[in-house]
Design a protein around this ligand. Structure first.
Ligand code: SER
Length: 318
């Protein structure tokens, strides 16, 4: 179990996961003990006004080490990442950021004897050759997107640093994450967020995948809880050092549209698939996350109807 004396650096803190994760970590560990690391994007006021913010490029070792030394950082959550849609448009940048930052932070952690590192992986590690339903933890990893390629390589790098240097690095294969609190864009699962944001704004939505597109999805609040749970679990409970399968919901784009229409009956959604359809089609329909459930008691809390109701009734993620 991590000590109460953790000092945490979250890179990519202004992003979709970072915004919610920093807030939760500050509640648990104290505002001053959680440093929001941002590259260029300024974090939301909820982050900027509650604790330290540092501007750093997570691929630059000297910059990461300077922040680690300044605050006595013990733990890094490295959320700096280029998402799948953007990575397909700019594969060089995705390789550089996704793997460059991971390698830099693993090296900083080993050299500085940090206690823990978290790195996000994704359902994008799977591809068309992977079993699509109830996808197992250990299976074929032949991704078809550049984003997926970086995630498979990164998972193996994590495992190597655990094996070779005994570094306590932990990871989750996130499904598509849904929140309207912070929208960064660039992802394939973003049609879910865009659909909800359009409904909230009273606008029609042109969806970039087919209505029958199904993939594993999850409310951001559940994803943040899972991230904190895997990091708080005793090391002896962590049997997987590549990345844990993680699941909550699986539903089609049409099912989301139907759920939205229960609250916004005149919501209009049309479907015009673009290049992201190919990426979505290569991802699983559903995930077997029994290892996460057995090792550190993962349980999701938020159903599709609650997620949609909370977002549409309050204008925010549940
Ligand atoms: N949800 C991310 C994306 O769509 C993948 O992890 O890019």
């Amino acid at each position: 179990m991590p000590s109460d004396h953790q000092v945490i650096l979250v890179t990519g803190a202004a992003g979709q996961i970072g915004t919610d994760l920093v807030a939760s970590l500050r509640t648990i560990h104290g505002n001053d003990r959680v440093i929001a690391g941002c590259r260029k994007t300024q974090p939301d006021a909820s982050i900027a006004e509650t604790g330290p913010v540092e501007y750093l490029d997570a691929i630059k070792r000297d910059q990461v080490e300077a922040v680690v030394a300044k605050y006595g950082v013990t733990t890094i959550y490295n959320l700096a990442s280029i998402l799948s849609g953007e990575a397909e448009q700019n594969p060089d940048l995705a390789w550089k950021i996704n793997l460059g930052s991971h390698k830099t932070i693993l090296d900083v952690a080993v050299a500085g004897k940090l206690s823990q590192v978290f790195w996000p992986s994704s359902i994008a590690v799977f591809g068309g050759n992977t079993p699509q339903d109830n996808t197992p933890q250990r299976t074929i990893l032949e991704p078809e997107s550049m984003y997926g390629v970086t995630k498979v390589a990164g998972e193996n790098l994590s495992h190597y640093y655990f094996d070779k240097f005994n570094l306590d690095v932990r990871s989750l294969r996130y499904p598509g994450l849904i929140t309207v609190k912070k929208f960064s864009g660039g992802g394939t699962s973003d049609y879910t967020v865009e659909m909800l944001l359009s409904a909230l704004a009273g606008k029609p939505y042109k969806c970039f995948v087919r209505p029958d597109t199904v993939m594993p999805l999850m409310a951001m609040e559940d994803a943040v809880d899972a991230t904190i749970a895997v990091m708080q679990a005793p090391a002896a409970r962590i049997s997987i050092r590549t990345s844990y399968n993680l699941a909550a919901l699986s539903f089609t784009a049409a099912a989301l549209e139907a759920e939205i229409k229960k609250h916004v009956p005149d919501f209009s959604c049309t479907y015009e698939p673009d290049f992201r359809q190919t990426i979505a089609d290569s991802w699983p329909n559903s995930i077997d996350d029994s290892a996460a459930r057995e090792d550190w008691n993962w349980r999701e809390r938020i159903s599709l109807d609650r997620l949609v109701a909370d977002i549409l009734q309050t204008g925010r993620a549940p």
